[in-house]
Design a binder for this molecule. Structure first.
Ligand code: ATP
Length: 249
């Protein structure tokens, strides 16, 4: 059953050259514990859609429901991992996570427990009192992931979270994400431009065209764990690339 149901959603912006319709009458679902990835050309509206789901932006039409109820960001714990981790530079790593937990209404003792547990879980147990600028890009991104997961999200939104990392660090981060995802069973809506990443991570991939319309959905036909170098994975990547360029070029 779908947990997240985006139905008939339209979003317009007032652009410099008049109104801009980013997407219109868009439908998308994410089932319980499913990992769904959204791919599409730059500017087609992927971040805008995540922001609508998160309640940061109001849609002009349509509904976003979770478990059959309209999404209320004050009620539904949604973890959001951005391309850049957006850490508060003047607060320690632990305080950055504490800030999110406080906002989610978690009490002090439980906050302390979760900060400890999640920093350990992402391999940063020693860094609780460090400041973000003392960490590498990969470590900062892991703080962002710990912060998103610490609130025990029902839904995890991820916007190109590994695109600023070098490939070796990104592979480690993707493995960590898959481990955490399988442990927590969270439903994930993920955005990437990286075809290989999409195939290795996702249960299902939705392709958007430059007009913000979903024109294809690919169910990834492989069990887990998956290896980047597996020839079958390469075949699916090639198919995804073909589907994408046939439509978008
Ligand atoms: N607040 C805003 N006001 C006006 N236009 C906006 C606003 N936010 C986004 N847009 C426009 O909406 C369109 C979709 O932007 P969005 O960032 O969602 O695309 P995207 O698919 O995430 O792109 P990318 O892959 O480059 O991150 C773009 O044309 C963008 O310029």
């Amino acid at each position: 059953m779908s947990r997240l149901r985006i139905a008939g959603v339209t979003k317009r912006f007032e652009g410099a050259d008049g109104p801009l319709t980013v997407f219109e009458d868009l439908d998308l679902t994410v089932a319980d514990g499913e990992f769904v990835t959204l791919m599409g050309p730059s500017g087609c509206g992927k971040t805008t859609l995540l922001n609508v789901v998160a309640g940061i932006l109001e849609p002009d039409a349509g509904t976003v429901e979770f478990d059959g109820q309209p999404v209320d960001p004050g009620e539904l714990p949604i973890g959001y991992v951005f391309q850049e981790p957006r850490l508060l530079e003047w607060r320690t790593v632990g305080e950055n996570i504490d800030f999110a937990l406080k906002a989610a209404g978690v009490g002090p003792e439980e906050r302390d427990r979760r900060i400890e547990a999640w920093l350990d879980r992402v391999g940063l147990g020693e860094e609780r009192n460090s400041y973000p600028k003392q960490l590498s890009g990969g470590m900062r991104q892991r703080v962002g992931l710990a912060r998103a997961l610490a609130i025990d999200p029902e839904l995890l939104l991820m916007d190109e979270p590994f695109s600023s990392l070098d490939e070796v660090t990104a592979r480690g981060a993707r493995e960590d994400l898959l481990d955490l995802w399988s442990e927590t069973g969270t439903s994930v809506l993920f955005v990437t431009h990286d075809v290989a990443e999409a195939v290795v991570l996702s249960d299902r991939i939705s392709l958007m065209d430059e007009n913000g319309a979903v024109f294809e959905e690919l169910v990834v036909p492989h069990g887990r764990p998956r290896q980047f170098d597996d020839p079958e994975i390469h075949e699916t990547q090639a198919e995804l690339t073909r589907l994408f360029f046939e439509e978008v070029e």
